[in-house]
Unconditional design. Structure first.
Lengths: 360, 327
């Protein structure tokens, strides 16, 4: 009478193993050298930018910060599979995707520095601002894609969500909506094993997050999130389907948050050093670098000089943000509430201006 | 008596409630194993086990909604919403069910649940972590709303909330979780809901506030006292049902009324309190009542928050003006 679904036979799709060897050479995606280098360099840049941000935070120079360390592989594979015209509806731990798709580190730092101006994207970059409300980006993604469908553009919308985010109603409601209307949506679950301190076995009873696609009636895939090539290929396939009008799909990228949830979090409370060490071996940057070196596209020497360059660039970027980021004009906190400031807002602002003059 | 922080007082209240009544259960996001992101529930899972103190999926709607079912079925759930700005998915369950079950069932069912919510701004946090949500819950018929400003009150009000037969939203002023210590009795005690507290008596102006801002108002009052302005400071403690009588009596004495809150000005809690005073003590007013509030804007990120968040200086400025105001 009752059936249970098992995803145990679903193998995790992997092209590159931990050491950077091609385990499925026939599956190796055709990516140009230029793109591969952009992918790797962006991932490395994001890693260093995170590490520096954590340092700045400890020095009291940065505010609460959510690093993407460990998740660069899934992010860079996802970003590279997208086209410029595609929409990205993010969560809040997507630094590598943000950078790859053309956001500046300066603005990203500025945002985490506590200044809304950091959410401004360069013209033509179709990344929505950081979304802190868990899972709600799914609904927005469904809406972006609905508009693409109605307006008959060939954009695809990609959204990311964490393992924890799949517990939210919006994840189910949004993906169901996307499924029902065959919307061009690709959902990428970055399963980094923890929702702050809560492990995935307390977020789902299902064997995988990927299999949730079954219930939506959409195709799903389970991919090694630390393998940028496998992620790239999976996301690319999903995007192509979506672009052809074949509807939504769901991808679970199995990865690991190597850093804290945010700088307010202490992972030593809920996970062991052994566990962290076992995942360090699966670091996406290690396998990607080895792969590139084997292909003759990259070398330790180039890495060294690249690191030196970006170290300087990242440091200078943060100093620049520090030089102006703390200054916010009173007007800025009012003027974007509505297209035109209401008389009430204007009077509240003017009253505060008066007060500021009074105490000067 | 030991001197403890407001956060420790809440922990102690939960601990004693669980020890004294096995119907009490505590849960939320990261609430069990880790003891919450603020560590308010630290140690409880170890002491009372995973069945009574547990972590949930990130599902605010179900955190609130399941509390309704648990409460109907014989438990006293004390659930946690991790941050004020995360409560919105839970509003469906609070508004459509928690608040209405007593009425819908003509008193057959009641929902004795408590929803704890770290509340308010001034901590330089990320978006959605510094919200004032009074108006979203206090305007719902059937929900009680409580917010303490001291460790002593935090413990007594929480125990009263857990003991209350109706759903209570318990707003915790996170800015002052660890801001100071106060001697708090070891034993279990309750502070009745619906009773305000006169923090500082005065004769010229009545100021009512609640949560993290009470201390700021008190400091401002002490400052203007040096200029001869005598301010009566009232900590509302319970927003629903609120203590009309204490406010009315105070205004009848002072003739001047100001509400200090970080919530929005338009349609916010200050408007309700002033409307009531206009109705009940209009002929005793010697000047127009004053709303000292946050602006009608999205709470700014850290670098712009100082404009929005109330300051002692600005409260002082308002007090001086109100003191001089004439009908």
């Amino acid at each position: 009478m009752f059936k249970t679904y098992s995803a145990k036979k679903d193998k995790v799709y992997q092209i590159l193993d931990e050491k950077g060897n091609l385990v499925l050479p026939e599956e190796e995606p055709k990516i140009t050298k230029e793109t591969l280098l952009k992918m790797y360099q962006t991932a490395l840049f994001a890693r260093r930018a995170d590490i520096k941000a954590l340092q700045y935070q400890r020095q009291g120079r940065m505010l609460t910060y959510a690093p993407n360390i460990g998740q660069e592989g899934v992010q860079i594979g996802t970003a590279a599979a997208m086209e410029e015209k595609d929409w990205f509806s993010p969560m809040y731990r997507d630094l590598s995707i943000q950078l790859y798709r053309g956001e500046s580190l300066e603005n990203i730092y500025l945002y985490w520095y506590g200044n809304e101006r950091g959410s401004l994207k360069p013209k033509g970059v179709k990344n929505l601002p950081v979304n802190v409300i868990i899972g709600s980006q799914t609904n927005i993604a469904a809406g972006l894609a609905m508009a693409s469908k109605i307006r008959q553009t060939d954009e695809v919308t990609v959204f990311t969500v964490g393992d924890g985010g799949t517990s939210h109603g919006e994840f189910y409601e949004g993906l169901n909506f996307a499924a029902v209307f065959d919307l061009p949506v690709v959902g990428v679950i970055q399963n980094n094993q923890y929702a702050i301190s809560t492990p995935t076995n307390k977020a789902t009873k299902a064997e995988t997050f990927a299999q949730k696609g079954v219930a939506f009636g959409i195709p799903y895939a389970l991919v090694d999130g630390n393998d940028p090539l496998a992620v790239y290929k999976t996301v690319k396939t999903a995007i192509e389907r979506a672009r052809k009008g074949e509807g939504a799909s769901l991808i679970e990228a199995y990865t690991y948050r190597m850093g804290p949830h945010t700088t307010s979090d202490d992972p030593s409370i809920y996970r062991t050093k052994e566990e962290e060490a076992s995942w360090a071996k699966k670091d996406p940057l290690i396998r990607f670098k080895n792969y590139l070196i084997k292909k003759g596209y990259w070398s330790e020497k180039e890495e060294e000089s690249y690191l030196e360059t970006i170290e300087k660039e990242i440091g200078e970027t943060f100093q620049k943000v520090e030089s102006y980021g703390a200054k916010v004009e009173l007007k800025e906190i009012f003027e974007h509430t509505f297209a035109a400031m209401t008389p009430e807002l204007k009077s509240q602002m003017e009253e505060h201006e008066e007060f500021l003059k009074e105490v000067k | 008596m030991a001197a403890i922080t407001l956060l420790q007082a809440i922990n102690q209240a939960l601990d004693q409630a669980m020890a004294n009544d096995e119907r009490v259960v505590v849960y939320g996001e990261d609430t069990g194993f880790e003891g919450g992101v603020f560590r308010v529930t630290a140690g409880l899972q170890k002491k009372y086990g995973e069945a009574r103190v547990f972590d949930t999926p990130i599902s605010e709607s179900t955190i609130a909604g399941a509390a309704i079912g648990m409460a109907i079925n014989g438990l006293l759930p004390v659930a946690e919403i991790q941050f004020d700005g995360f409560i919105f998915p839970a509003l469906t369950d609070l508004v459509t069910h928690a608040a209405r079950f007593r009425n819908r069932s003509r008193g057959q069912y009641s929902v004795p649940m408590v929803l704890r919510v770290p509340h308010g701004g001034g901590i330089r946090a990320l978006e959605h972590h510094s919200e004032s949500i009074e108006m979203f819950v206090a305007s719902v018929p059937g929900l009680k709303v409580v917010t303490p400003s001291t460790p002593y009150d935090a413990k007594g009000l929480l125990l009263a909330a857990i003991n209350d037969p109706d759903p209570v939203i318990y707003l915790e002023p996170k800015k002052i979780y660890r801001a100071g210590r106060q001697e708090v009795p070891e034993e279990s005690y309750q502070i009745p809901l619906g009773k305000a507290k006169v923090v500082k008596p005065g004769t010229d102006i009545t100021v009512v506030s609640w949560g993290a801002l009470v201390r700021m108002v008190e400091k401002a009052a002490l400052e203007v006292a040096k200029e001869g302005i005598s301010v009566e400071v009232i900590d509302l403690r319970t927003l629903v049902p609120y203590d009309k009588e204490t406010l009315i009596q105070s205004v009848k004495k002072t003739g001047k009324f100001m509400v200090v809150t970080e919530a929005v000005k338009s349609y916010g809690p200050a408007s309700e309190l002033i409307a009531m005073i206009n109705e009940e003590a209009f002929y005793h007013l010697e000047a127009a009542p004053v709303r000292f509030t946050g602006f009608d804007i999205t709470v700014p990120l850290a670098r712009g928050e100082h404009y929005h968040y109330p300051s002692e200086e600005k409260i002082i400025s308002y007090l001086r003006k109100l003191y001089l105001a004439k009908p």
